[in-house]
Design a protein around this ligand. Sequence first.
Ligand SMILES: NC(=O)c1ccc[n+]([C@@H]2O[C@H](COP(=O)([O-])OP(=O)(O)OC[C@H]3O[C@@H](n4cnc5c(N)ncnc54)[C@H](OP(=O)(O)O)[C@@H]3O)[C@@H](O)[C@H]2O)c1
Length: 242
Amino acid sequence: MELKNKHILITGAARRVGRAIADHLLQWDIRLTAHFYRSKKEAQSLVIQAETQKRAIFCDSADLREVSEIKSLVEKSQQALGPIDILINCASAFYPTPLLQCSEMQWDDIMQANLKGQFFMAQASAQQMSKRGGLIINIADTHASIPMKNYSAYCISKAGLVMMTKQLALELAPAVRVNTVSPGPVLWPEDLSASVQEKSVAQTLLKRMGCPKDVIDAICFLIQNDYVTGQNLVVDGGRSLV
Ligand SMILES: NC(=O)c1ccc[n+]([C@@H]2O[C@H](COP(=O)([O-])OP(=O)(O)OC[C@H]3O[C@@H](n4cnc5c(N)ncnc54)[C@H](OP(=O)(O)O)[C@@H]3O)[C@@H](O)[C@H]2O)c1
């Protein structure tokens, strides 16, 4: 797939990994829908950046736990920039939910932000994509296949996302390809202690942390290679083999 003039919607695009993906893809002559949830200031800076680069950009907030907000986001995005060609489901909720303390509210919050939201984003985008062709990339986690102590709801949500990818690849073929990218440690959560960071790096085969560019390279591979669908591209320095 050529990137020129493609309409790409990235969820969670205002900051961190989503922002790095947006920054990178803006090099090309794309049309970008940048979704954000609470990071309005960072989203505004992305809009200014895209406008400086003379790219068409639409930016809107949505709580991806709410299907009505998803439908509105996709509808407004398509009104502004035309049908979506590539959807990158990057937004996600991440916090510990130890089994004995996890509340129903936390479980619902994580499942909705990390799984339900991605499903309905795909459904809303695929209405047009299934007629014109397209690509959906779900960002999961190496911990979709290996458990992480005290993060059961997060890991289960990401495991569900990997399965969702295969299911949607089956249902949307041949018009739409659907793939997952599963990163290992590429950008530490802001409050992660140095000792946990060290332990996480030690658990990779390559004995180093990755970076957002590793995720971007995987995304670019999946954009370019038209013969890959339903796959989970794990970019984790070998973490999942240990
Ligand atoms: N960072 C890593 O090392 C790493 C490792 C493995 C996998 N991943 C995966 O890679 C992706 C990006 O990682 P990240 O660390 O950049 O993610 P992150 O900072 O944890 O979250 C990304 C964005 O998700 C948005 N979000 C959270 N809850 C939402 C909701 N209910 N509705 C809409 N948006 C919501 C937030 O947007 P606002 O800021 O606008 O509120 C947030 O900025 C995630 O899917 C993550 O699971 C990351």
